[in-house]
Design a protein around this ligand. Sequence first.
Ligand code: FES
Length: 361
Amino acid sequence: MSTFHPLRVTAVDQLTDDSVALTFAVPPELRHLYGYSPGQHIALRRHRAGGDAVAAGAEVRRTYSLCAPACDEPSELRIGIRGVEGGDFSSYAVKELRPGDTVDVLPPTGRFVLEPRPGRFAAVVGGSGITPVLSIASTLLAREPEARFCLVRSDRSTASTMFLEETADLKDRFPDRFQLVTVLSREEQQSGLASGRLDERRLSALLPSLLPVPDVDGWYLCGPLGLVEEASRALRGLGVPRARIHQEIFHVTEVPSAPVASRADAGGLRSVSVTANLDGRSGCWPMDDGESVLETVLRHRADAPFACKGGVCGTCRVRLVSGEVRMERNYALEDDELEAGYVLACQSRPVSEAVEVDFDG
Ligand code: FES
């Protein structure tokens, strides 16, 4: 079962003015729990020291992608964090965390994953969206000699570009199989780098000039909502099947908040109960009006997994065993997961009087 463990910070590497790479040591007895696939993320937790807006002791959780090559029993975990204005956790991580501090960390999860296999793959990333794709590309190229990877990255300027050295290193190590294109939105063209914003129109012209689009076995889009949507539309316009497009959204703040559905919206349900199976134990509880499935479960089981509560990270994924729910929004689950009956507990409101979910499978 996924539970938080305190891990010690062993390194804080400044990547840019507003971003760092954090390295955590994983003790030998926990390593089997922290194995990860390329592209996965971890959730971090802290309790605020206090402040105007949030009470002292309030819990803050955030997910951050692992940037190092995948490993089954890692002795350390490395993540990239960019400071977000007003960001509770990111500001703390970028400005305050020091080697020797400990942070509560959940074992890795996430389905924005590329397990190494022969083929041609490509990614379009913006800003800190490079983080999981760095793990994906470095794992793929090192483990699979018959794989190629094309990375199109967009940043504001060279100075704000995370993991510059790491991507340059991939180019040096795999000159024939790794292609890198950098587009800077706020910098005049220099030394061959393109400038301006990447949008659907530009990507529709750029991508076919870089690689044979129909031959690409998987596309990985990661970054702010706007860029991921523009890239997805460009690919669909170029005839790429949806099943080959994988996406992960960063920056929840850009997502407009959805209205909370009440029971009146759901046809006037009088009473609703949720049954949840979590870590092999199950319970059945009444839901309060307007609550999400996650909120009800959390009132009784504090160990229920979640991080963003915004439909973005996928940490709260559950299988809907019976009943019906409506999701307010979903930026985490892919079509095949929805078809297989998975939903996000933090976004699910009941549409039937009894709902049963399984956190374990
Ligand atoms: S907690 Fe992140 S999607 Fe539900």
